[in-house]
Design a protein around this ligand. Sequence first.
Ligand code: GLA
Length: 393
Amino acid sequence: MNWENLSKVFEQKFGKSPSLLARAPGRVNLLGEHVDYNQGLVLPAAIDRAVYLASAPSDDDCVTLCALDLDERTSFKLSELESKINRDGESLPTWASYPAGVAWALRASGLKIIGMQSVFTSDVPIGAGLSSSAALEVGFAVVWQALGGWKLDRMKLAQICQHAENEYVGVSCGLMDQFASACGVEGHALFFDTRSLEWHPAPLPTGTALVIADSGVRRSLTQSGYNERRTSCEQAVEELHKFMPTIQSLREVQPTDFAAYSIYLPEIPRKRAEHVVKEIVRVSSAMSALQREDKQAMGALMYAGHRSLRDLYEVSTPELDILVELTRKLPGCIGARLTGAGFGGCTVNLVEADQAEAFIQGLKDGYRQETGREAQVYLCRASQGASIEKRRT
Ligand code: GLA
């Protein structure tokens, strides 16, 4: 990021220098899809694409934000957060409900939130499954933290951002995305247990690289499809509860129990739950594969994860399937799968670093030939979580 330029833009908009520069990354998920809201295990990594913010405190209770990529500006009062309106009494634009939601959730946790001015830009593509919204939330959370002079641990910060998205924005996401954006570790994936909230960084195998391939397809049913999947999982727990009265979530269902009782489930909850139960096992196998640097095992688990998302969870698209299938014939590919919620968006590929260039070219060419579309395919580095880059007192 060219921080100098961002500071200049801030100066042009607000006639003063920013006091804080901050960034918060998007994430890619290597394995453990649609399991975070089932208390499962996930393996995301923060990426080197982020939201970048330049901010300064204001002298009133007003928050003025400029979304540079959209060329939009809005102001809202902290005293009117609850009603989700701007200073002119109109509804907040969707993009502004993320920062407003964060302010609302931080305040609900008893933290001091002050008025501010902020400009921001992002190179996390929107709606591509790389958590542009979580990056926005976590970005504003670290800015408000720095301006407010309090300090929360990163997990708590992520939970508050998730609360903002669940209750203020109205999307019932799990904790994975906000966690990854807040807690990312350079060069590492993050092995995260969403039930105990324990986590540790897991190095990627030596000599491997992560490649993201964006299918360019965005589906509008993401939100309703996502909520439907959640409901089916809850239904499965309710049914299985009859046989396993102590379970609270699919996390507590072992594959052997599932094999015994799944015949009693209606078809849709059965398929969804089968994905979740086996995906959780895959993440734990991936963890030991990474520990022993067994790339082949890791790759096989990724491919199996994709099949399961395609056939059991039914969140893939023809374009994502093509992107994954193409990799089987390309040089250096270890594993590939769709990443994020699905319904369009991106695939994540684990590839041999020294063959990454040929892999990227091959995937772009193959995708163009098969679909007539262009895919954005690029190398991505696992990066550090959100940070304050510069502070002027
Ligand atoms: C979205 C949600 C996450 C998670 C993934 C699917 O990214 O925000 O909480 O559920 O989908 O794994």
